[in-house]
Design a protein around this ligand. Sequence first.
Ligand SMILES: Cc1cc2nc3c(=O)[nH]c(=O)nc-3n(C[C@H](O)[C@H](O)[C@H](O)COP(=O)(O)OP(=O)(O)OC[C@H]3O[C@@H](n4cnc5c(N)ncnc54)[C@H](O)[C@@H]3O)c2cc1C
Length: 389
Amino acid sequence: MDFSLSVEEREIRDWVRTFVQRELVPREQEVLRRERAGEPGLRADELEELQLKARESGFWGVQTPEEYGGMGLSAVMTALLEAELGRTFVPFRFGGSADNILFHANDEQKERYLLPTIEGKRKSCFAITEPGAGSDAKAIRTTARKDGADWIINGEKTFITGGNEADFVMVFAVTDPEKGANGGVTCFLVDRDMGWRSEYIDTMGEWGPASLIFEDVRVPESQVLGEVGQGFTLAMQWIGRGRYLLPARAIGSCERLLSMAIEHANTRETFGAPIAERQAIQWMIADSAVEIEALRWLVLNAAWQVDSGMDSRHAQSMAKLYGGIKANEIVDRVLQIHGGMGYTRELPIERWYRELRLLRIYEGTDEIQRRTIARNLLKGHVKVGAALG
Ligand SMILES: Cc1cc2nc3c(=O)[nH]c(=O)nc-3n(C[C@H](O)[C@H](O)[C@H](O)COP(=O)(O)OP(=O)(O)OC[C@H]3O[C@@H](n4cnc5c(N)ncnc54)[C@H](O)[C@@H]3O)c2cc1C
């Protein structure tokens, strides 16, 4: 069993590490200042400028297939890159990507939606959650009713990431109430100027999502993504596209936080000695280091299963669950080690404290991951200890 990276993998990882250090970390204080002033940490033009800078070195469309101008990197490599990006809270992502389900578009839709999204000229959002349907996505009530050659969409979506900035949405609506999620849900590509509107939702973190309101929004048949009735399958495909990437990012955040804790513990003195000499502090540092390492291997194993074409859902749920819980425990310990300073806004720990909390909620809460894991085991879909076959 060889866990080492190839020369090329190491080079790619190191390039991103340097990019983060040179281009993103110096912006952190400004990002914090802006957040406190209620502004986005990175303006759209700044994000684009950074993305183009990365593109000059070939970092564009990390997982986008090469035929679409992307890098087509493996899941393992992408997880390693996400971990590097997680070392800063500056909200950067590489350009050149599009939602996986847009690749199901027909040729005409690819021209109008997929290609401009990859080029960064159009912005999408994915909308399934509703005020009455989150974990239980099958309970969605938004409807699309046929009217001549068109569909009329009515309903409300909520917590939609990028919903305020998007110029089109992939929205899921019930087209056959009898069948519901079993063949009665359809995905529509709907431009903002076709009539939906969005309302910002203030949250603990920077990622302010939006509510989307559809009132008699008329769309032609050509806006159906995939096939009528196949929307729920597409929705599950979108959600399952890379659950491992969320905890992957947390690995970098936790490593950075732990480094801050180590430095503080070595320099902060109480009762005539650095707090690093106290067992209470040492145990927090030791536990955090072990848990970060465990998280790394859960994430990389899930990514490796994706690359191997295996059914990776169980491994991805385990990585997501563990990452959400442990990242929150670790940021809490790091804040504790910093004492009163940890609680201030002079240090970015409180920012991470708020941001990492989301990991336990979106794209499947802790409870839903546990439900999946337990169900797989109880029903015998996955055998205990079968990870290595
Ligand atoms: C910042 C942010 C961004 C988001 N982005 C998007 C997006 O882009 N697109 C989108 O469609 N959605 C998005 N969501 C929605 C997100 O996926 C849901 O919030 C999440 O799935 C939980 O649903 P809910 O909020 O309705 O909670 P609920 O489903 O009402 O759950 C409430 C509580 O009950 C628990 N619970 C529910 N069912 C069970 C069960 N069977 N057993 C045990 N416990 C259970 C949950 O774990 C949770 O603790 C986003 C959410 C946030 C906060």
